[in-house]
Design a protein around this ligand. Structure first.
Ligand SMILES: Nc1ncnc2c1ncn2[C@@H]1O[C@H](COP(=O)(O)OP(=O)(O)OP(=O)(O)O)[C@@H](O)[C@H]1O
Ligand SMILES: O=C(O)C[C@@H](O)[C@H](O)C(=O)CO
Length: 333
């Protein structure tokens, strides 16, 4: 089964939310306290998804606020350099800084991210900085849940969603739950469910849906019966190495598998998955095939050092799919 988009649009995907900096430990198997060296990359889930999409050949744009300093300029130049339209990236004039993510790579199973996100520029994106003429040119508006965590970014994103819906632009909501960005899980549930109910496609991990639904140990069947009572037509639920499921409103279920790889770190999996899954859908591939693209792309990124720079090419993804070396596990559904 395929998922249809309005083909008359200039941009394949416009992402909204944070574009930040990742400082990834270059010393592996070591706790942060003992780590002395880091490599700098552009980061932030929606920026990573835009970068991954652009690298796969999609025409991507970005809406977000960046700091008026060297970090902000680095982000804009890097994103422009990989082919993303940055004309709707706004420079913060109130002195807010770029968010930083320091990553600790203790082992392939034990990675964590230490975030510096106090008063960050991306959460100051204001509704008046979201432009209808721009959004209406996209097939997809990709919304990151973290952008809903604080005002005025929250209102800017709600406006973007409403403009997308008015202009035949598919809203893809990536739950992207980062607990430190929110006041409480209850607040997360309120705003994430508000946007998920209006979205056309929702993507998240089982744990992220649990936060949105204010429950523990939730079942995929309950999630889809809730969301299919609202706007969503396609719901993707990820289960880490156990793979993922895509559910359609018309009642079909597809399973995606994870591919064997030499894992260096686990972060970046979700962003690379989303960019390749959406690339495949936009390219007119079957949903089942799109799940393969997502899983293969993620397995490449977890074997590499960064989340953004490591985003694969179509050829790399297709080679991995052709090899068909899946991780053999049952899936908890
Ligand atoms: N260790 C792994 N080895 C191979 N593939 C993986 C691994 N971990 C995750 N993946 C792939 O990445 C996909 C997304 O991973 P996951 O469900 O952990 O999402 P996520 O939590 O959003 O990722 P992130 O860690 O970036 O936040 C999985 O469906 C799977 O295909
Ligand atoms: O999303 C972030 O803010 C940090 C990311 O850039 C980081 O690489 C990651 O967590 C990817 O999932």
């Amino acid at each position: 089964m395929k998922y249809e988009f309005n083909t008359e649009k200039t941009y394949d995907i416009i992402a909204v939310g944070r574009a930040c900096i990742d400082l990834n430990a270059t010393e592996f198997n070591r706790p942060m306290e003992e780590t002395m060296t880091f490599s700098k990359y552009v980061g932030g889930s929606p920026a990573n998804i835009a970068i991954g999409s652009s690298k796969l050949g999609l025409k991507a744009g970005f809406i977000g606020k960046i700091s008026d300093d060297q970090h902000g300029r680095f982000i804009e130049q890097y994103m422009r350099g990989v082919g993303i339209d940055t004309s709707n990236m706004v420079v913060d004039k109130a002195g807010h800084k770029t968010g930083l993510a320091f990553t600790e790579i203790k082992s392939p199973e034990e990675c964590s991210i230490l975030m510096y996100r106090q008063d960050v520029a991306d959460l100051y994106l204001a509704p008046e900085e979201v432009n209808e003429e721009y959004i209406k040119q996209a097939k997809i508006l990709l919304v990151s849940g973290t952008a809903l965590s604080k005002s005025p970014s929250r209102e800017a994103v709600l406006k973007a969603v409403s403009l997308a819906k008015r202009n035949d632009v598919k809203v893809v909501f990536e739950l992207d739950y980062r607990p430190y960005s929110w006041n409480s899980p209850e607040e997360t549930a309120v705003y994430c469910s508000l946007v998920a109910e209006q979205a056309d496609v929702v993507i998240g991990t089982r744990d992220e849906y649990d936060v949105m639904e204010s429950k523990e140990g939730g079942k995929n069947e309950d999630t889809i019966s809730y969301l299919f009572n609202h706007s969503p037509e396609l719901v993707v639920i990820k289960h880490g190495v156990e793979g993922s499921y895509a559910y359609t409103k018309s009642g079909e279920t597809f399973r995606g598998r994870a591919y064997k790889t030499n894992v260096l770190k686990t972060f970046g999996a979700g962003d690379s998955y989303a960019s390749a899954f959406l690339y495949a859908l936009i390219s007119g591939k079957e949903i089942e095939t799109a799940l393969k693209y997502g899983g293969a792309s993620a397995s490449i990124v977890v074997s590499k050092h960064s989340s953004s720079e490591a985003m694969p090419t179509v050829e790399e993804i297709e080679q991995l799919i052709a090899e068909g070396s899946y991780i053999e596990v049952g899936v908890t559904n």
